[in-house]
Design a protein around this ligand. Structure first.
Ligand SMILES: *Cc1c(COP(=O)(O)O)cnc(C)c1O
Length: 388
């Protein structure tokens, strides 16, 4: 059976161009970037090129502001722990503002800091997952040392008002971190224009391998290190560089920049097609992404009288691979923290599916989903009648 992959927010396949660029560094060009001989220089040159490619994608002023990390998660940890630890040790304050809908990489890092002398404000969101800039303004204290708000949500695609958030942060001279893992490649990013201090991105969400991420650190933003050891990454992240993955991420970043507009347009058209199809053939459904501020490619939908986990298994049997609220929470029946923050009643949260589209998604695949889903839902609703 042909499989249809609609879970690009969980991970994306390696692009062939990325794999080809990586191959030499998995084979003959195996040098350590810190060695001064020819092998080392070869690796170093490749890392430098990738750093320039990533800097160009997000509009960094200098490639030296790009630090390669082991994942998007590590970048989030480094940004939050590194900045707040230093600020607190200097007596500048211990208050962090974030939102209730952040990825676990941010949220659980904040949970970790709470019993360690930090106070955290988790901003609530509206029914589509957007924070209010007014509430952000009101949450600021003299002791606030960091604002960390994601750009695009991984579960429902909602875009936060990052420009306004950055303005408020700058007004109060508070450093701002944004998890842009789900936005880079789909929405334009200009860290200088926005005035972002710290930004996280991840390779495997933009068709590069897993296990590579980036933390952008604006020049002048001071952080404590997370990983200690050698002098790699200008003394900011120790450990011999993952050269093949870095090279892959560089090429993926360059392609993402070149193709951003057409990619976003294509995703928007496919997402629209899916939504129209669902609207035509399925009743009693609710969309959880923001009607006006949603990144293309993500469609998060709650279906009445359907149990999401079973729906996903049924669709899997049909070869359609989608996800419930969040890949990390599947396997447990608890609605995800994001759906909970939207205020969805548990009855609806239970029946939530996330479609996330990507490069290899075709109209024919969308049409197959539109032809399959109503049948499955009809069966499930008959089966579950009276149980909800
Ligand atoms: C996937 C994801 C991460 C984590 O990135 P990894 O490289 O998988 O650690 C962080 N934030 C968001 C919004 C994500 O979607």
């Amino acid at each position: 059976m042909e499989r249809i992959y609609l879970d690009y927010n969980a991970t994306t396949p390696l692009r062939p161009e990325v794999r080809d660029a990586m191959m030499p560094y998995l084979t003959e060009a195996f040098g350590n970037g810190s060695s001064i001989h020819a092998y080392g220089r070869e690796a170093r040159t490749a890392i430098d090129t990738a750093r320039e490619q990533v800097a160009a994608l997000i509009g960094a002023k200098s490639p030296s502001e790009i630090v390669f990390t082991g994942s998007g998660t590590e970048a989030d940890n480094h940004a939050i722990k590194g900045l707040t630890e230093l600020q607190k040790s200097r007596g500048e304050g211990n208050h962090i503002i974030t939102s209730a809908v952040e990825h676990h990489a941010v949220l659980h890092t904040c949970h970790y800091l709470e019993p360690r002398g930090f106070e955290i404000t988790y901003l609530p969101v509206d029914r589509y997952g957007r924070v209010s800039v007014e509430q952000l303004r009101n949450a600021i204290r003299d002791t606030t040392v960091l604002i960390s708000i994601m750009h695009v949500n991984n579960e429902n695609g909602t875009i936060q008002p990052l420009a306004e958030i950055c303005e408020i942060a700058q007004e109060h001279e508070i450093p701002l971190h944004t998890d842009a893992v789900q936005s880079v490649g789909k929405l334009a990013m200009d860290v200088q224009g926005f005035g972002v201090n710290l930004l996280s991105l991840s390779g495997h969400k933009i068709y590069a391998p897993k296990g590579i991420g980036v933390l952008y650190i604006r020049r002048g933003t001071r952080l404590a290190n997370l990983v200690h050891g050698g002098a790699q990454e200008r003394n900011r992240r120790a450990g011999s560089e993952n050269v093949p993955a870095i090279v892959g991420l560089g090429v993926a970043a360059e392609l993402a920049k070149q193709e951003q507009d057409t990619y976003a347009q294509r995703l928007a058209a496919l997402t629209h097609r899916l939504r129209e199809g669902l609207d035509t053939h399925i009743e009693r459904l609710h969309y959880n992404g923001h009607p006006d501020h949603c990144a293309p490619g993500t469609l998060n939908v709650s279906l009445e009288n359907v149990e999401g986990e079973s729906l996903i298994l049924r669709l899997d049997m049909e070869g359609i691979c989608v996800s419930t609220g969040s890949a990390c929470t599947s396997g447990s029946m608890e609605p995800s923290h994001v759906l909970a923050a939207l205020g969805l009643p548990p009855r609806l949260a239970q029946g939530t599916v996330r479609f996330s589209l990507g490069r290899n998604t075709t109209e024919a695949e969308i049409d197959t989903v539109i032809a399959t889903l109503p049948k499955v839902i009809q069966q499930m609703r008959t089966l579950y009648r009276g149980r909800f």
